[in-house]
Write a protein of this length. Structure first.
Length: 422
């Protein structure tokens, strides 16, 4: 009898991979103290201002007690005394009759004297109470201001960190210490958000940088093959024209890749800073653009004063070069001019590039600083560049803590102004 055939054994299922633990791990709800025991800002402010009110009330009550005691003492103080059988005046009552007088007249005069004495004591009590109240109010406002500043100090720290983040420095953190109240919870949440934003921006910059580096190699190989093909004397005119067109397209792609790489690098905060003179950077930009300006008939002018800042010389020179190149390319032929000026203002160095050219509407200014945007076009082809020049200039200026702005020039053209803190 044949043995039963054994069925193939089924391999055990592979164990499922455990997902990685997220780097941002918020505190579990159960680890926080109970709401009644948690030192919240509301409870702290309630205790603080309630305690201040109680202390101020005790001080005011004590002052009123002392003033009232003094007023009672003044109001009941004897205004006369008898010496050797004669009546002698000692207080405020100078109208009391002395010697042998009628009892009714004496009693009336004495009643009037007591009324005057009480009025004087009450007026004195009111005047001193007002002075005490004013002094206590000044002290209360002063202590309230100091204590409020101490309670709200974490908000100032959060605000300063937020301002630092606005200047593209995502490495700053609050690291707030103290009781686990609403402000510390806000600061911790803000720190977690900054950490996630920093990772996201770093990943984006690394992706652009890596992609740009990876694209360099095939573009370089393509350029070499096209140049070899164009160097062939036996190439037909059609092939030669096609090679020139492809070489121009390849060159444009290389410029685009270089621009993306520079844009990704210029978004980072400049850490290694050295003294750089904007006048030297502008001089280099003028020299590199002179041949292009001569070919187009554009006059280059310079008013270069010393303007030393702390930054990266290559990137600052790139700002000047991009602005001068744009000013030459978007200009009028054979009758235009470009003027470059550098100087210093209180706390900042300034680079100004002014040029003639077509009239620029004011509503187009903001769009010009966006990547791949050109005047009058958006993403269409152009022989004037790849549309990254002003974007790179703005990113470099921000990385140095500065600003770049543009205003239309009367008669056509633009006035570009770069301000870098010294």
């Amino acid at each position: 009898m044949p043995a039963p055939s054994s069925s193939p054994t089924t391999p055990p299922p592979a164990p499922q991979a455990i997902p990685p633990k997220p780097t941002w791990d918020p505190k579990p709800i159960g680890s926080r103290p109970m709401p009644l025991l948690r030192p919240t800002i509301r409870i702290r402010l309630t205790l603080l201002y309630g305690g201040m009110f109680l202390i101020a009330g005790v001080i005011l009550l004590w002052i009123i007690y002392l003033l009232a005691a003094q007023a009672i003492r003044q109001g009941t103080e004897a205004q006369f005394h008898v010496e050797a059988g004669r009546l002698s005046l000692t207080g405020l009552c100078s109208e009391l009759p002395t010697g042998s007088v009628d009892p009714d007249d004496f009693n009336a005069a004495y009643t009037h004297c007591l009324a005057v004495q009480r009025e004087y004591a009450l007026n004195n009590l009111l005047r001193r109470s007002l002075f005490s109240l004013v002094g206590l109010a000044v002290l209360a406002f002063a202590f309230g201001y100091l204590l409020s500043g101490r309670v709200l100090a974490p908000l100032g720290r959060i605000t300063r960190t937020a301002r630092g983040v606005v200047s593209s420095d995502l490495t700053q953190r609050i690291h707030l210490t103290g009781p686990d109240d609403e402000l510390k919870e806000l600061a911790d949440t803000f720190d977690d958000m900054l950490e996630r934003l920093e990772r996201s921006f770093d990943a984006q910059r690394r992706f652009v940088s890596n992609a740009s580096h990876e694209l360099r190699t095939p573009l370089a190989i393509t350029r070499t093959l096209l140049e070899v093909q164009l160097a062939d004397p036996n190439a037909s005119p059609d092939m030669e024209q096609l090679g020139k067109n492809l070489l121009a397209t390849n060159t444009r792609s290389e410029q685009l890749v270089e621009g993306l790489l520079l844009l990704a690098r210029s978004d980072n905060e400049i850490v290694d800073r050295k003294p750089v003179d904007l006048a030297e950077a502008a001089t280099q930009a003028l020299e590199q653009t002179r041949s292009e300006a001569v070919a187009k008939g554009v006059e280059l002018r310079g008013r270069l004063g010393e303007a030393v800042v702390q930054g990266n010389g290559v990137l600052l020179e790139r700002i000047a070069l991009n602005l001068v190149q744009n000013a030459v390319r978007y200009n009028v032929r054979d009758a235009g001019w470009v003027e470059v000026a550098t100087g210093v203002e209180p706390g900042a160095a300034v680079l100004t590039v002014t040029n003639t050219g077509p009239v620029v509407p004011a509503y187009e200014i903001d769009n010009m600083f966006e990547p791949f945007r050109r005047l009058g076009t958006e993403r269409t082809g152009s022989d004037k560049g790849v549309g990254l020049g002003l974007s790179i200039a703005r990113s470099v200026a921000r990385a140095h803590g500065g600003t770049i702005s543009a205003v239309p020039r009367e008669g056509g053209g633009l006035v570009m102004r770069v301000v870098i803190p010294v």
